[in-house]
Design a protein around this ligand. Structure first.
Ligand SMILES: Cc1ncc(COP(=O)(O)O)c(C=O)c1O
Length: 372
C-alpha cells in the first residue's frame, strides 16, 4: 500500500479508534543470553509427563481443538472441587479478563481497582471506553472496604482485586475479601494469578457469594506462561455470559493437553513453589543488605525500593547493561522501585552479583561496568 493510501485509511478512523494508537505495545523478546526477571514467569521445565502430553497432542494438529474446552473445564472442575458449568477456560487469564470487561462494561461505565495494580486493566478499560478508578490504599495489607463501597466507586460495575497483588506482591486476608463480598452487591473479580505462592486463597468463597468471579492461571506457579492456560470460576450465569462471547476454538490442542496434565500432576509442583518461596526470602535479605527496602511479598516477585541517589529507571538500565532484565513501573508513584521476578538459583545469583557490582561501583564513584 502506498503511504498516501495508508494515511487515507488512518485518517478515516473515528476519534475513538485513533485513541488506540496511545496504547503501549510489547517489547521484542530479548535473546537467550539475558536473565529475564521482568514478567514474573517461572523458568522451570515442564515435568516430563506434562511434556509428553504436549507432544502427543501434536498428533491431532490437523483437527480443530475440542469445542468449548470441555475436557479441560472438567479437569479444572475436578481439581478445584466445583461443577463444570462454574468453569470457563481461557487462552491465559488475560483472555478472561478481556471477556469480563466486554461482558460487564459499556462505554462510560466505571470499574474500580486498587492502586498500584496490574496495568493491563488500564488497557482493557480504555478499549471498552470505561473509566478505571484506581483506589490508592495506604495500608496495602488490608482492604479499604469503606472506600470501595462509597464515593465514586459505589457505581463501579465491578471491583477488581489481584491477590497477591501485582506489582506489590502484598496479600489481603481472605476474611477482608469475604466482608467486601458480603457487603457489596457489585461483582468482585478476584484475580489469583499468584495465589500458589501465598498463605491462603479465595476458592471457598465461591460457595457463598454469587457476586464473585475468581481467576487462576497456569502461567506463574505452573511454569506454562507460553502455553497460555487460564481459568475463571463463578456462578454459571456469570460464567455463561463470558462463554457466550468467547471466540470459538479460543485455545489450541497443546493448551488443552498441557492444562489437563498439569491439573492432574499439581503435587509435582510443590517443590517448585518451595524453591520460589525460599529464593524470594534469600533475595529479599540480600537486597536489604545492599540498601534496598522490600515490600513483603507473597508472589513470585519482589518489589524493591532502590537506595537513595538513583531512581528505578537508572537501576533497570544499569542491570540491563549487565544483561539482567527487571521491571520498572513508574506509574502510581513507583519511580523509585524495581520489580524482580524470582527464578532459578543461578538466575538470582546473577541478579544479586550484578546489583552488588553496581553498588560497589557507586561507592567507588565509578560508572557501573558494561557487563560481566
Ligand atoms: C495480576 C495478573 N493477572 C493476570 C495476569 C495474566 O496472566 P496470564 O494471561 O498469563 O494467565 C498477570 C500476568 O502478569 C498478572 O500479573
Amino acid at each position: 500500500m502506498s503511504d498516501a493510501k495508508l494515511q487515507n485509511v488512518l485518517s478515516s478512523l473515528s476519534q475513538a479508534a485513533k485513541q488506540l494508537d496511545a496504547l503501549p505495545s510489547g517489547r521484542p523478546s530479548p535473546d537467550a543470553n539475558y536473565v529475564k526477571l521482568n514478567t514474573n514467569e517461572n523458568p522451570f521445565p515442564l515435568p516430563t509427563i506434562v511434556w509428553q502430553s504436549a507432544i502427543a497432542a501434536l498428533e491431532r494438529q490437523y483437527l480443530y481443538p475440542e469445542d468449548d474446552n470441555i475436557s479441560l473445564r472438567e479437569a479444572a472442575a475436578n481439581a478445584y472441587g466445583i461443577a463444570t458449568d462454574h468453569v470457563i477456560a481461557g487462552n491465559g487469564s488475560s483472555e478472561l479478563l478481556g471477556l469480563i470487561y466486554r461482558a460487564f462494561l459499556a462505554p462510560g461505565d466505571r470499574v474500580a481497582m486498587l492502586s498500584p495494580g496490574f496495568s493491563f486493566n488500564r488497557k482493557l478499560a480504555m478499549l471498552q471506553g470505561a473509566q478505571l478508578l484506581e483506589i490508592r490504599c495506604n495500608e496495602p495489607q488490608s482492604l479499604p472496604i469503606e472506600q470501595l463501597l462509597s464515593g465514586p466507586t459505589k457505581d463501579a460495575k465491578f471491583i477488581l482485586l489481584a491477590n497477591p497483588n501485582n506489582p506489590t506482591g502484598t496479600f489481603i486476608p481472605i476474611a477482608d475479601i469475604e466482608r467486601l463480598l458480603a457487603q457489596s452487591d457489585r461483582l468482585v473479580v478476584l484475580d489469583e494469578a499468584y495465589v500458589d505462592f501465598a498463605p491462603d486463597n479465595g476458592l471457598r468463597l465461591l460457595n457463598n457469594y454469587p457476586n464473585l468471579l475468581l481467576l487462576r492461571t497456569l502461567s506463574k506457579s505452573y511454569a506454562a506462561a507460553g502455553v497460555r492456560v487460564g481459568f475463571g470460576f463463578g456462578h454459571p450465569q456469570l460464567i455463561g455470559r463470558l462463554r457466550n462471547i468467547q471466540n470459538v476454538f479460543n485455545m489450541n490442542v497443546i493448551g488443552h493437553a498441557v492444562g489437563i496434565s498439569i491439573l492432574a500432576h499439581r503435587a509435582v509442583y510443590e517443590e517448585n513453589h518451595r524453591h520460589i518461596r525460599h529464593e524470594r526470602q534469600r533475595v529479599a535479605t540480600a537486597l536489604s543488605q545492599l540498601g534496598f527496602s522490600l515490600t513483603p511479598s507473597h508472589a513470585n516477585f519482589l518489589l524493591a525500593r532502590v537506595p537513595a541517589g538513583h531512581d528505578g529507571r537508572w537501576w533497570q538500565a544499569a542491570l540491563e547493561r549487565q544483561r539482567i532484565l527487571v521491571a520498572f513501573l513508574p506509574d502510581n508513584g513507583l519511580e523509585n522501585y524495581i520489580r524482580v521476578s524470582i527464578g532459578t538459583k543461578t538466575q538470582m545469583d546473577a541478579f544479586l552479583g550484578a546489583v552488588s557490582d553496581i553498588s560497589d561501583s557507586l561507592k567507588l564513584g565509578r560508572s557501573p561496568v558494561e557487563h560481566r
